[in-house]
Write a new protein. Sequence first.
Length: 383
Amino acid sequence: MRIPVWARVVGGLVVVAAIVSAVTLGTMSAKADKTTSSAPTVSTISLVQSSPYTPNAPAGATDDYHCTLLDPHVTKNSYIISSQFFPGSAEDHHAILFLVPPDLAPAAEAANVGGQGWSCFGETPIPNTGLAQISNTPWLSAWAPGHGADDLPKGTGVLLPAGSLVVMQVHYNLLVGSQPVKNSLVLHTVPASTPLLPLNLDLMPAPPDIPCPTGITGPLCSRSASLTNLGQRFGQSAVDFVNVLESICGRNLANPPEGDTTSCNWPISSKGYIVRVGAHMHLLGMSFKMILDPGTPQAKTILDVPAYNFHYQKAYDLKTPVAVSPGDQVQVQCTYDPTLAQQLPLLRKAPAHFVTWGDGSTDEMCLGLMWTAGSVPNSSSPV
């Protein structure tokens, strides 16, 4: 199922998760050109950052999040069939594209003061729009290092209604550095009359609770002190989200299990077919699994990443779509190597700390991404 709206609003998903503060990407310009083949007509929408931005993290943090409002000038309903985000610097940790439906366009434009966008920690793409509106700004696409072009499974697409806007949320990792950055984005769309199946994306997180490695000590090596520091960096909502996630996953908030592994089960809410899956962790991540109906005779591993690499994050299209129905469950499992905090040059710059879920590059995530369609995509589809 989708993360409940009340859970999504109190903290940060990046992502896969999150999956921090302001990156003013500047005003974007848009143009559309069309190339015609057999059928359907494919439109290419190029969104180019008009001016560079120099990331600037809030006090005590080394990460910077910002949302920029983009206008693709879509005059007819369409499907996105492919997209590609082009990072302007190694500072780009990840980017998420959110749909702004026409009824929320005025609120987004009001937040876009001077065309400079706004700060957006977690998954809050439009300020001051309330809980219901947050649920109506779904992900259109996401980018992480190594992802490249995001070509959706054949026969599927993501709806882009006429008059929609796009919010591009970018997370910058200032442990890499801080220099002017200029990003760009390309969307490929086809008319909504194209016989495609609309995709639905579900986010399935699990809460990391990773203690400092044996022999490593420091004032932030207690979970309570680390959570206090998380709140100082990103606000109390970041701590609230950790607690909500622990509760959803059935853990004791006063004493959740600690270690280098974590997992959580998520129920399936509607009938359909899993067509694509993905995994997101940060720099301590070692392996990831997604299992359908764990602990039953029908248990099926639908994603196994035995050697997770933060710098090569991919979404995987299933060769054979997997049928799911209400009553099924999906379990996400993550393992970590906490000693990497003292080995990796970037992480050595941060103080030793108990690692929880958080938006920062020195925090962690365990996020499964699952795309479903209402029926099996048509392999003979023209796109």
